[in-house]
Design a protein around this ligand. Structure first.
Ligand SMILES: [Fe+2]
Length: 319
C-alpha cells in the first residue's frame, strides 16, 4: 500500500492556489489497418462500433484543440480519467503512450484506465506496461499489474490525488467497471492518512461512483460500496468520466460535502447524446473555514473550432 507522504518541496503556501486539470475519454487511437486476427473476441464488437460510429464522433483535431488550450497552463497535475483507446490493442496503447508524452512528464500526468482500455484480457507488457509511469503513484516502481498499482497516490503541494482503477474485462455489450475488494480494502487508510495530513483529497476514477446515474450496462458494479467508503472516510472532490457528459452531484461525507464531477469526452463532436468536447481546470486553496474550490470548464466550440471558458463555479468546502 502506498501511503501518502508530503513532497520534499511543497508547492506554495497556505493561501496559494493549486491548479490542476482533468480530461477524459479521448478515444484517440485509430484502428485503420487492424488485422482481423486481432479482433476474434469482444474487440470485434468494439471495432464495428468504431467503424460505424466512433471514428466520426471522436476527432483528433478536437483533441488537438484542447491540448493547445492546455499548453502553457501551470498545472500541479493533469488527470486523464480513462478510455484512451477503443478496443485496447497493443498498437493503441503505443499510440496513447506517444500522446501522453506530448501531454507531459509522467510525474505531471496521471492516468486511470477505462473499460475500453481493458476490453479483453491482454498481456501486460504489450498493453498497460506502456503507461506504467503515468499510472504509478509516488514512490512506486516495478508494478506489473493494475492490482498492484491502484489505488495510486500522488501528493502535490496540499493535494493528494488518489486514483482508482475500474477497468477489467467484461462480457460483450457490457461497459461496466468494478473497483473490487482489494482496492476498497486499501482505500480507507489512504483517505484517513491524507486527511490526517491536512491534504485536499481528490479521488479520480473512470466510472461514476454514485449508483443509479448511468445506464445499467455502463454502471460501476460496486458503486454502492465505493460510495459508502467515500462517505465513511471522506474526500474533498471526486472526478470521473465514462458517460461523455458533464454533470455535477454532491456526496455527503463524514467530513462534509464532496462535489462529484464528470467531464465530457475530450474528442467528441457531440452527437448521439454526448456533450461536445471539453475539459475542466480546477483551482484549490485553503480558506478560513476549509477549502475554496473553483471549477473552470473549458469548452470546445465547433463554430470557430476553438476552446472557450465555461461558467466558473466557486465552491466553499467547510472542513
Ligand atoms: Fe468508458
Amino acid at each position: 500500500m502506498h501511503q501518502p507522504s508530503r513532497p520534499i518541496s511543497p508547492i506554495g503556501s497556505q493561501s496559494t492556489y493549486h491548479t490542476f486539470a482533468q480530461l477524459s475519454d479521448p478515444h484517440l487511437s485509430s484502428l485503420r489497418g487492424v488485422r482481423a486476427a486481432d479482433l476474434l473476441n469482444k474487440r470485434a464488437l468494439g471495432y464495428l462500433s468504431w467503424r460505424q460510429r466512433r471514428r466520426f464522433e471522436h476527432r483528433r483535431d478536437i483533441l488537438d484543440a484542447l491540448q493547445r488550450d492546455l499548453h502553457g497552463t501551470e498545472l500541479v497535475q493533469l488527470l486523464v480519467t480513462g478510455d484512451l483507446t477503443h478496443v485496447g490493442l497493443p498498437q493503441e496503447f503505443e499510440q496513447a503512450r506517444a500522446w501522453l508524452q506530448q501531454l507531459g512528464e509522467p510525474d505531471r500526468v496521471a492516468v486511470v484506465p477505462g473499460n475500453h482500455d481493458a476490453s479483453v484480457r491482454a498481456p501486460w507488457e504489450s498493453t498497460f506496461a506502456r503507461w506504467r509511469q503515468y499510472m504509478a503513484g509516488d514512490g512506486a516502481a516495478g508494478e506489473n499489474s493494475l492490482a498492484s498499482i491502484y489505488p495510486s497516490v500522488r501528493v502535490r503541494g496540499d493535494i493528494a490525488f488518489i486514483g482508482l482503477s475500474t477497468a477489467c474485462p467484461k462480457p460483450p455489450f457490457m461497459a461496466t467497471g468494478t473497483v473490487g475488494a482489494a482496492q476498497l480494502a486499501r482505500l480507507p487508510a489512504l483517505l484517513e492518512c491524507s486527511a490526517a495530513q491536512g491534504l485536499f483529497r481528490v479521488v479520480y476514477l473512470h466510472h461514476c461512483p454514485l449508483p443509479g446515474l448511468e445506464p445499467w450496462r455502463k454502471r460501476l458494479t460496486d458503486a454502492p460500496r465505493v460510495q459508502a467508503v467515500l462517505q465513511a472516510h471522506g474526500a474533498e472532490l471526486v472526478l470521473h468520466g465514462h458517460g461523455h457528459r458533464t454533470h455535477c452531484h454532491e456526496l455527503d461525507t463524514v467530513h462534509g460535502v464532496a462535489p462529484v464531477i464528470a467531464v465530457p469526452s475530450a474528442s467528441a463532436v457531440g452527437n448521439r447524446g454526448n456533450d461536445c468536447a471539453g475539459y475542466n481546470r480546477y483551482r484549490v486553496r485553503r480558506s478560513d473555514t476549509g477549502w475554496l474550490l473553483e471549477v473552470m470548464p473549458r469548452l470546445y466550440r465547433r463554430e470557430g473550432q476553438t476552446v472557450v471558458p465555461g461558467a466558473t463555479q466557486k465552491i466553499s468546502l467547510r472542513r
